[in-house]
Design a protein around this ligand. Structure first.
Ligand code: ATP
Length: 364
């Protein structure tokens, strides 16, 4: 069992800087939780607190029902994989993987079995006699994973473990890490600033900013129902578009109005906005939530002049000047447009987002 619970936990560094404020987070046994946010938001600090590498300044940290605020790292049954891999350069791959077990005085044959089993699962058996300097980045990464795996920890901690790898390898290693989680049946806490990585790996994502949690939820919840514009902007590529404007409510129809642009919210989306006529809002439209039809109906038209056309394999990114703002959409690559063309797209009004113009909190 390894349930992790932060209760009103804060971290103040000796220089007085508060890196984490009042964190309340329960990570369930066997869950894969990703801490996501921009550089400096407090992700690594949170992970290091779980590892015991940083003390909790205020509040509590529990493993199952026990407080571990003052438990030293080696009594926590956690294993950590760092971005830098932290391999011993003079030891072989075998010795690197075995090191933690040797330190804990495991029997030799048990160590051998675990090292070979991990090496086989990570497909690095043929590298066991090499030293780290004779390995590629991806191979070093696997050794670092192997070293954590053989410990069979109750909690697996990973701090940007894929950030030194090239794009293709990063994607294949994501699949391996997901498989590792499935086969190890252990709690995983994973730090990244890469939203795509978070969306593929996590059971739940914790989005952080300036030491404060912005939202906790499944990838779907966070993507489909972002709590505020920060979360909405952080997930999605190209990022979500915004238009400032006003709500107009007539009967049970809720419309976003900005200049010539009038978008009627689909009923299920609009019902929370009834009674908000005149409210200043920021409309959010994700790049993929449009399509091109010959005759878009009146309450869904986004019209503008093409400012850029960027093919990206099966799709294209289209820049469009709408109400004086440049918005970016993702549409089928077979639709041909040129710079300056005046076109009309249909917004998927069941997927519009709307935020308060001042607080930037979601209104739906
Ligand atoms: P990155 O992705 O860049 O690693 P992060 O989200 O993991 O960022 P942290 O490493 O947790 O961020 O740091 C959070 C904040 O705390 C940062 O502003 C950082 O400068 C600050 N910080 C980290 N360690 C210390 C320290 N020992 N003393 C003072 N401030 C620190």
């Amino acid at each position: 069992m390894a349930r992790i619970l932060f209760e009103n936990a804060s971290k103040r560094y000796p220089n007085g800087f508060v890196a984490l404020e009042n964190l309340n987070l329960e990570i369930k046994d066997k869950e894969f939780v990703v801490l996501l946010g921009p550089s400096g938001c407090g992700k690594s600090t949170t992970l290091n607190m779980i590892a015991g590498l940083e003390e909790v300044s205020e509040g509590n940290l529990f493993f199952d029902d026990e407080t571990v605020n003052f438990t030293p790292p080696h009594h926590r049954d956690v294993a950590m994989v760092f971005q830098s891999y932290a391999l011993y350069p003079h030891k072989t791959v075998y010795e690197n993987i075995a090191f933690g077990l040797v330190m804990r005085k495991h029997p030799k044959d048990d160590i051998d079995r675990r090292v070979r089993d991990a090496a086989q699962r990570l497909e690095i058996t043929h590298l066991l006699d090499r030293r780290p300097s004779q390995l590629s980045g991806g191979q070093r990464q696997r050794v670092a994973l192997g070293r954590a795996m053989v410990r069979k920890p109750a909690v697996f901690l990973m701090d940007e473990p894929l950030s030194n790898l090239d794009a293709a390898l990063r994607i294949s290693m994501r699949a391996e890490i997901k498989e590792l989680h499935r086969s190890m049946q252990t709690t995983f806490v994973y730090v990244t600033h890469d939203q795509a990585e978070a969306l593929t790996l996590a059971d739940r994502i914790v989005v952080m900013r300036n030491g404060l949690v912005q939202q906790i939820g499944t990838p779907d919840e966070i993507y489909e129902h972002p709590a505020n514009t920060f979360v909405a902007s952080f997930l999605g590529s190209p990022p979500i578009n915004y238009l400032d404007g006003e709500l107009v409510v007539e009967g049970d129809k809720v419309t976003f109005v900005r200049g010539e642009t009038r978008l009627d919210f689909a009923p299920e989306r609009g019902k929370k906005l009834l009674g908000q006529s005149g409210r200043k809002v920021k409309l959010g439209i994700r790049a993929e939530d449009v399509d091109e039809r010959s005759e878009p109906s009146s309450g869904e038209v986004i019209a503008g002049a093409v400012t850029s056309v960027l093919p990206v394999g099966s799709d294209q990114f289209l820049g469009l000047q709408v109400e004086g703002e440049e918005l970016f959409f993702r549409i089928n690559k077979d639709l041909r447009h040129n710079y300056g063309d005046k076109i009309k797209l249909s917004a998927n009004t069941g997927r519009l987002h709307v935020f308060d113009a001042d607080t930037e909190a979601s209104l739906i």
